[in-house]
Write a protein that binds this ligand. Structure first.
Ligand SMILES: NC(=O)C1=CN([C@@H]2O[C@H](COP(=O)(O)OP(=O)(O)OC[C@H]3O[C@@H](n4cnc5c(N)ncnc54)[C@H](OP(=O)(O)O)[C@@H]3O)[C@@H](O)[C@H]2O)C=CC1
Ligand SMILES: O=C(CO)[C@H](O)[C@H](O)COP(=O)(O)O
Length: 475
């Protein structure tokens, strides 16, 4: 076959097929490989009339059909399938070909793959893709990282298919080596935190204040039209009005029939693990991971609820005030979740020499991805003033916002404590804020204890040096 295709895709499942069809709609000739013939046929059948889309089960045929330098993306499950695809592709590739892993791969695996392929002259990109099925088809947010020189060949195609925010494409070069996958991992960590925060607001309104699903639908719609405008708030409004087709008369709401055990594929956990390695404090993301983990222990929770019989207190605050406070509390805590994720990227960028452009990260998260929200626009001024800002909480415009919403969050958390509604992520966001804004923390005592039992030494506030005290006889 003559080399006539602009882009090749390996793995034409949910994400791969939609991304490829998106490219074809933008005028690129697209070819997709899958192990299954029916997927290859389905790809061709789904193409928009007049576009050039081919499906194949022959990897060599796909590679030969691509213009040079070849641009091949894989969208397969993370882990072994990625290495299998690389090894199957390698015999057919040539120097300067570009291979992109668009899945949710662990960034340390991506680094190994970059190191493996670089001596062979192959440019390997780790690229986070966010937006789910609809995003892939009509405009995702994409976070590519790898060889900057080779990015010029990808840029036009990626910019054409990306979501647009304020007319700018939601894709940009994210830095060296596995930087793209690191940014996507962090995106997902923030995603975990925002989802946990929303679920806590839901719990407070449903179990605490007794709102119905219809009420919740209306409240989330209003929030989405107001300060909390975001993809996650928008889809949550939809969830509350979706009826269950499995139950007899179909009048029950589906959300009430869904088991309260959360799944997770690892990106949230990796964010927390890597933050601890660096170390960067991201407790709201950590708490979101921990609460998904806790949710899995359903049997233990059932047993404990019988043992302790916790009575959920009624929250009787006037409705309008409660909903306004919750809106402000969510705004405050979403902002903290973004701040923690961005502070992780700032540190990783320096320590790992990723050179991540933080203003671009904020820009490409404004559209197409799961954590898109109008709140992200608030960070523009902070990063315009300092593109490597360690923490957005240090910028005066952010301080003004947080100060205006802080009292509402404190009122909400006070209500939940007596009502026994667990708001672990909200509480962690407030505690992080209180600690981050404390000139003096009680950590002096921890240093004293460490020196007491382990002669670990401490520093003093009034003179330079390292000190040790004989705290007690034999200490
Ligand atoms: N779904 C989503 O919303 C999002 C997913 N992602 C990530 O994108 C990646 C793909 O996800 P998604 O499209 O949902 O998954 P799907 O399961 O829909 O598709 C995966 C595809 O990979 C193919 N595949 C699996 N193993 C191999 C292999 N060894 N060689 C060649 N092809 C293989 C499968 O082929 P077959 O079925 O024939 O075996 C299938 O076509 C994952 O890393 C996921 O985490 C990222 C963002 C959002
Ligand atoms: O990357 C994504 C969105 O951005 C995927 O939907 C991801 O799979 C979600 O993670 P998890 O399954 O752990 O909730």
């Amino acid at each position: 076959m003559e080399a006539q295709f602009d882009f090749g895709m390996i793995g034409i499942g949910v994400m791969g097929s939609n991304l490829l069809l998106n490219m074809a709609d933008k005028g690129y000739a697209a070819i997709g490989f899958d192990l299954k013939q029916e997927r290859a046929d389905k790809l061709e059948a789904s193409a928009t009339k007049g576009t050039t889309v081919k499906g194949t089960t022959n990897v060599e045929e796909m590679v030969r059909a691509l213009k040079k330098p070849r641009k091949i993306m894989m969208l397969v499950p993370a882990g072994k399938p990625v290495d299998d695809v690389i090894n199957n592709l390698l015999p057919h590739l040539e120097k300067d070909d570009i291979v992109i892993d668009g899945g949710n791969s662990y960034y340390k695996d991506t680094q190994k793959r970059v190191d493996y392929l670089q001596p062979k002259g192959i440019h390997f990109f780790g690229m986070g893709v966010s937006g789910g099925e609809a995003g892939a088809r009509f405009g995702p947010s994409m976070m590519p990282g790898g060889d900057k020189e080779a990015y010029q060949y990808l840029k036009p195609i990626l910019e054409a298919i990306a979501a647009k925010a304020d007319g700018k494409p939601c894709v940009a070069y994210m830095g060296n080596g596995p930087a793209g996958h690191y940014v996507k991992m962090t995106h997902n960590g923030i995603e975990y935190a925002m989802m946990q925060l929303i679920s806590e607001a839901y719990d407070l309104m449903k179990r605490g204040a007794g709102y119905t699903n219809d009420d919740l639908h209306t409240i989330f719609l209003k929030w989405n039209a107001d300060s909390l405008q975001s993809f996650l708030i928008e889809i949550t409004a939809e969830v509350f009005r979706t009826l269950d087709t499995e139950t007899e008369d179909g009048t029950d709401y589906l959300v009430d029939h869904i088991l309260d055990k959360a799944g997770s594929k690892g990106t949230g956990k990796w964010t927390s693990q890597d933050a601890m390695d660096l170390p960067v404090s991201i407790p709201t993301i950590d708490m979101a991971v921990a609460l998904r983990d806790l949710s899995v222990y359903k049997n233990q929770r059932v047993e404990a609820s019988k043992l302790y019989q916790p009575e959920i207190g009624k929250i009787n605050s006037p409705s309008a005030e409660l909903i306004q406070d919750l809106e402000d509390a969510l705004y405050f805590t979403f902002l903290i979740a973004y701040a923690q994720g961005l502070s992780l990227l700032a540190k990783a960028s320096v320590d790992y020499k990723f050179d991540i452009p933080l203003p671009d990260v904020v820009q490409i998260w404004k559209g197409g991805c799961i954590i898109r929200s109008s709140l992200l626009y608030q960070f523009d001024k902070a990063f315009a003033a300092n593109a490597t800002l360690e923490n957005v909480l240090l910028h005066p415009t952010i301080a003004e916002i947080l100060k205006s919403k802080e009292a509402a969050l404190r009122r909400i958390i006070s209500l939940t404590i007596n009502a026994r509604i667990p708001v672990a992520a909200m509480s962690s966001a407030l505690a992080y804020f209180d600690a981050y804004c404390s000139e003096r923390l009680p950590t002096n005592l921890i240093q004293a204890q460490r020196d007491f039992f382990g002669a670990h030494t401490y520093q003093r506030i009034d003179k330079e040096g390292v000190f040790h005290t004989e705290w007690h006889e034999g200490g």
